[in-house]
Design a protein around this ligand. Sequence first.
Ligand SMILES: NC(=O)c1ccc[n+]([C@@H]2O[C@H](COP(=O)([O-])OP(=O)(O)OC[C@H]3O[C@@H](n4cnc5c(N)ncnc54)[C@H](OP(=O)(O)O)[C@@H]3O)[C@@H](O)[C@H]2O)c1
Length: 368
Amino acid sequence: MGFSPPPTGVLSHWLSVRVRRSVQAVQRVLIRKPGGYHRLELVEEPTPSPGPGQVVVATQGVGVNYADCVVRMGLYSSAARYVGWPITPGFEFAGTVAAVGDGVDSSTVGDRVFGVTRFGGYASHVVTQPRHLFPLPAEWSMPRGASFPTVHLTAWYALCELCRPRTGFRVLVHTAAGGVGLAALGICKRLGMEAVGVVGSSHKVDPALASGAVAVIDRSSQDTWAEARRLAPKGYDIVLESSGAATMKGSYRCLRPTGRLVVFGLASMLPKAGRPVRWWRLAYHYLRMPRFNPIRMIDRNLTVSAFNLSYLFEQQELLAEAMTQLLGWEREGALPAPPIATYPLAEVGRAHSDLESGQTVGKLVLVP
Ligand SMILES: NC(=O)c1ccc[n+]([C@@H]2O[C@H](COP(=O)([O-])OP(=O)(O)OC[C@H]3O[C@@H](n4cnc5c(N)ncnc54)[C@H](OP(=O)(O)O)[C@@H]3O)[C@@H](O)[C@H]2O)c1
């Protein structure tokens, strides 16, 4: 029996389906201009091919960080420096290797991986380099992999690189039930330090205690600084400050001699609920920032550090050292998995809105 071609109309339909299937579209979140959630646009484009030395990962989870909201607001300086507009936010992802470029022998198609990227993570496919990928532990889900690196690297860098942790140190952790906060509490406990968490609502107290805090201050019902003093009458050895002008002066004041204040976030200064950035409000907060006096700092033996992880992206040795240590602690069971809320990639606006509400606990992950 010979092959008889389908009638012309059927043939063209059959061909168009084949064409649509062979040029698969991938999805990416694009922000063309700074603004509210409506600026998060989902666009389709052809599947990327890896260049020499590159790997394409088909993502099954993409971590959402508060910094992504700051990128969307147009206030993230390293986004302007490294990418500009339009930009796809996203620092972390997990998925399966979909293609490898020439010269790559450390990754194979089908490998389950998680990784970091300096922007560009909010997409169904991420083009990256093997040095930014890590094998996904067999017992981890994709959302777990997608939510691990950024917050743990941030907390690790603040505590282990900038502070020289010692057993018995008292550590004050602001925004303690958020992504970075819970990661910091786990690391403090693993290193024998006693972390006191500060949270903005009562439903965050238990998750912070479960992640290793020895005590939690609920800002909504307690006097933060009176309680902080009661819990550490001699002061704190380390304060992790990601809140901003609202708390920075108090954080500095509650250090004990030889104490270290590490500043890495300014969330309380920024708008909530997708409201536009008000420059007068930022200016007001800017004027409220403490000015650190080096003479007093010498006198009281105090250190103030600040950092932004995205500027450390090329420091491969540091990244490898941090991930080796963190994954070792994770294998020991010392870093509890945080609560993770998942959202379809197309609902990225809802994820940003939830994160900016200040009510979320743990991590948010987009699922392409
Ligand atoms: N420098 C770096 O390299 C780096 C890297 C990662 C993260 N960060 C910073 O670390 C902080 C935590 O990041 P994350 O991704 O883990 O977020 P998150 O802590 O999961 O969520 C943000 C939390 O900040 C608090 N908050 C206070 N004012 C807020 C406001 N106006 N809008 C929204 N939240 C507000 C809320 O907690 P409470 O009300 O309970 O305090 C909220 O739940 C952020 O400030 C982020 O920018 C910095």
